[in-house]
Design a protein around this ligand. Structure first.
Ligand SMILES: NC(=O)c1ccc[n+]([C@@H]2O[C@H](COP(=O)([O-])OP(=O)(O)OC[C@H]3O[C@@H](n4cnc5c(N)ncnc54)[C@H](OP(=O)(O)O)[C@@H]3O)[C@@H](O)[C@H]2O)c1
Length: 175
């Protein structure tokens, strides 16, 4: 069954992009090639925000080129977006964007590649799963996975394991 996945590689201190959308901090960070294959094969469509698209307007780089499919970019001003093959600029309610994305995903997952859209969807109960890969780096500045000053804590349940409320232990040393 298709899911709405909020999926990121994140720094240990919770940033998914550095200042000005910089992603250079991922240089030298490795990941299991099997993981990329897994996500490339289970993803049917991607939903992103306009800032991420404007910073990296190239759909062919998703999963290092291992994935091709429909990309939807949500924006309040689609009229000034440069058309790109396979990319649809949407200006609608986030729930409608999810409906459109899921339909396009054809039974596979819809991946949400935007912190701001993910936050809105979480609030509306429209995120099925949050998948994170924690990179061994502290950024201290940039775009947070979840920026919600003044908001109440959002309780989560671990997807795998017997104790859904267990903490996850990560041990690092400065490199
Ligand atoms: N680490 C990772 O794995 C990973 C993966 C994917 C992306 N990223 C990074 O994530 C960053 C995305 O940054 P971000 O959260 O600041 O920007 P974003 O979500 O990409 O874009 C925010 C913009 O999306 C549009 N938007 C959001 N909600 C909307 C709504 N309800 N209706 C209409 N338009 C809406 C608005 O565009 P308008 O202003 O045009 O209205 C808003 O300004 C990028 O730097 C990207 O590189 C990281």
């Amino acid at each position: 069954m298709s899911k709405v996945l909020w999926h990121f590689t994140m720094s240990l201190d919770g940033f998914v992009a550095g200042p000005d959308h910089s992603m250079g901090w991922l240089a030298g960070v490795t990941s299991d090639p099997g993981l990329i294959e897994e996500y490339a094969s289970t993803t049917g469509a991607v939903l992103g925000g306009r800032n991420g698209w404007d910073a990296y307007p190239d759909a062919s780089t998703i999963y290092g080129g291992a994935w091709q499919g429909p990309l939807f970019v949500l924006t309040h001003h689609p009229e000034d977006a440069q058309p790109a093959e396979g990319v649809t600029f949407l200006s609608c309610d986030v729930a409608e964007a999810v409906r459109i994305g899921l339909e396009a995903a054809g039974g596979k997952n819809l991946e949400v590649f935007s912190p701001t859209i993910g936050r809105q969807l979480l609030e509306r109960g429209l995120i099925d799963e949050i998948d994170l890969h924690v990179a061994p780096v502290l950024l201290g500045d940039g775009i947070r996975l979840f920026d919600n000053p003044g908001g109440a804590p959002v309780r989560l349940a671990l997807r795998d394991g017997d104790d859904r409320s267990a903490t996850v232990t990560l041990r690092y040393r400065p490199a």
